[in-house]
Ligand binder design. Structure first.
Ligand code: BDR
Ligand code: CA
Length: 312
């Protein structure tokens, strides 16, 4: 079992990511921590608790993280995820409370006490991960890697140059990409290929267990924002679940080792991930960047994971 800590800002695709990760016997989810991003820190924490309540996983410790980015005011994505951050399905109220520790303390405890090096899986802004790495250099050697959703080698989705998670806290992203810890970057290059179509949502709904039904309803809402013709999408890009698909089924992807720099200033490029795909700088690579995905294999993977919730 691979020990992982999921640091997320649920968020529809974050919620689906949690559901997929917790369905697998191959992952040992040591903790769920929440970042401010898609919604306010209070709402993302509450949403993580609601999703875990739906799954009946009160055994997973949950902790809230930093209230805002390291050096900036928080920007939220309520235009994508709605007023609650998880608009759409009717989710239960939290049936349990977060632990007394902060996200950073909980991460430190879990990494310190793990027999096996831990994989961090951030799917929101990188604020908590940066704070944790800065506070605990002695624990870096027990971190296996950081498998994150964020960035893009190509165009952005929040500004022409930047993807949302990196744009919200570029200083944190800069610290993480300079940390020397192996990084897998699931950016827009791959997540925009990981589109879920209407017929896939119907396939998920037809699984007909309460969790798959909730995922279909999350996707119904998530679809609304992505139907705008300006994107040129047929479906909705399922960003965050690409991290879990990489962990459980890396053969779905093409990955290239690259140097990645984070633009923290820039007149038009704040939060841009500068990806040296063609090794033009000669700088040593600091990330494995995912570029392509077998889309139908990805959908099969989601369906297979959700099927595992039948008969519980
Ligand atoms: C990222 O931004 C958020 O809205 C999603 O949850 C995902 O993590 C995509 O840019
Ligand atoms: Ca997210």
């Amino acid at each position: 079992k691979r020990p992982v800590i999921l640091d997320c800002d649920p968020g529809h695709d974050d919620a689906i990511s949690l559901i997929l990760a917790l369905s697998s016997a191959k992952l040992d989810v040591l903790a769920v921590t929440t970042s401010a991003g898609n919604q306010t820190p209070e709402k993302t924490l509450n949403n993580a608790l609601r999703v875990l309540t739906l799954l009946g996983r009160h055994d997973i410790p949950v902790a809230g993280g930093a209230p805002k980015p390291l050096a900036r005011e928080l920007i939220i994505a309520d235009n994508v995820h709605g007023e609650s951050g998880l608009d759409g399905p009717k989710l239960p109220d939290p049936a349990f409370a977060p632990v007394a520790q902060s996200a950073i303390e909980l991460m430190a405890d879990k990494v310190r006490n793990s027999q096996q090096a831990v994989t961090l899986v951030p799917t929101g802004p990188l604020t908590n991960i940066a704070l944790f790495l800065a506070a605990h250099p002695e624990l870096h050697s027990n971190i296996d890697s950081i498998v994150l959703m964020g960035g893009a080698a190509g165009v952005g989705n929040w500004t022409p140059a930047a993807e949302f998670n990196i744009f919200v806290d570029p200083e944190a992203a800069d610290m993480v990409f300079k940390s020397g810890i192996p990084i897998v970057m699931c950016g827009l290059d791959v997540t925009h290929e990981a589109q879920i179509m209407d017929e896939d949502i119907e396939r998920i709904r037809a699984i007909n267990n309460p969790i798959a039904k909730c995922v279909a309803e999350l996707l119904d809402f998530f679809m609304i924002y992505h139907r705008d013709p300006k994107w040129g999408f047929t479906g909705a890009p399922l960003h965050d679940p690409c991290t879990i698909a990489w962990l459980l089924n890396p053969s779905l992807f093409t990955a290239i080792d690259c140097w990645v720099g984070i633009e923290t200033k820039g007149e038009h490029t704040q939060g841009m991930t500068v990806v040296d795909r063609y090794q033009l700088t000669g700088k040593p690579h600091n990330a494995k960047v995912l570029f392509n995905i077998d889309r139908s294999g990805f959908v099969d993977f989601i369906v297979e994971r959700l099927n595992d919730y039948s008969g519980l």
